[in-house]
Design a protein around this ligand. Sequence first.
Ligand code: ZN
Length: 388
Amino acid sequence: MTMTGERRSSSTDAAILEMVRRRTVTTRVEISRELGVTPATVTYAVKRLLAAGLVVEAGHARSNGGKRASLLRLNDRARWAIGCTIGSDRVSVVAVDMTGALRSRAVVPLGAGAEAGDVAHVLDRALSMMEQDRELPTTTGIGFALPQGGAGSTARLYSALSESLPHPTVSAASPLCAALGSFWSGEQPEAGLTATVHVEEGIGLALLRDGAPLLRAGTVARSTMDHLCVDPAGPPCRCGGRGCLHQYSSSRAIARAAELREGLAERLGLALTEASTESDAVLVAVAAAQGDELAQEALEPALTALAQASWGLASALAVDTVVFSGAALQAAAGLVREALAEHFASRSAATGHAIDVRVSQVQPHPGSVGAAVLALQTFMDPSPAIRS
Ligand SMILES: [Zn+2]
């Protein structure tokens, strides 16, 4: 078999697995019809997937005259994947099964200036915590969500880690992982173009078309919303521009806005260190959601700038749904959605293109869930596009 042939059959397998996952149960005829491939191709591919234990027969469809078609469903216990986000001060780990369902999760704190050895240790602890809950049968691999905008240290940690871990690993930028996690958790429409705007130390964008990444993983890693101008008269930025989005909406900017408000940082117990920006921003968001007016004032400019930049992009790309994710935004989901949706609605009134605004609710971290999904998909579809 040629390389192209192998690749083609593996992408057929992946498409079938994805369709069976979405439908819960389906038949060979439905697969053939929906994917537009010949019944013979489907028969052959399903035989391969049955042999690999990835799908199982699940009884028969109700007869409508002819021979009753046998139903197929995913064998959810066949494969597991681990997803991991290495934050500046914590490691968040999840385990998902074949269907993308979250089976186990753990969040373990990470000391400042951690080395690969420390992360490996933390990961080990997290894995053993999860294995206590239930045995994890066949872990296919570990996906890592690499945060954007943080020091290059995460990428260095990841490459050191991936060499020492016993499982195969794959990584992608956290906006892409957040988008996949959100899609697999059913937060995004199955069809069409959706944008995920992910806010952490940096602000990133990932686009999915019918659930598949529109840009290659490597391209998403280079893509950033950080330097979109939201105020030409704003403060100068290191990029040479002024009033760039990250100066208002990154977790660092949110923490700094809180620091500038009399007594707020002390009251909320913000650590205000290099490594704490993400957790500081979460504390501000939680207080804002609980009605703390100073915290709301600190959060407001971040949301206004974020709405401005995101609406412009979504409108340019004719996106129907924008999902916002990131620890701080998710900590104040209701308030954040209201503010963003109001901005989107008022501007969309002028263009006539309504855009649905959502805030991701995937816990503990959509990036971790998405990274696990990425590991599953890498196993299902070993195409080079998704491999980092
Ligand atoms: Zn800039």
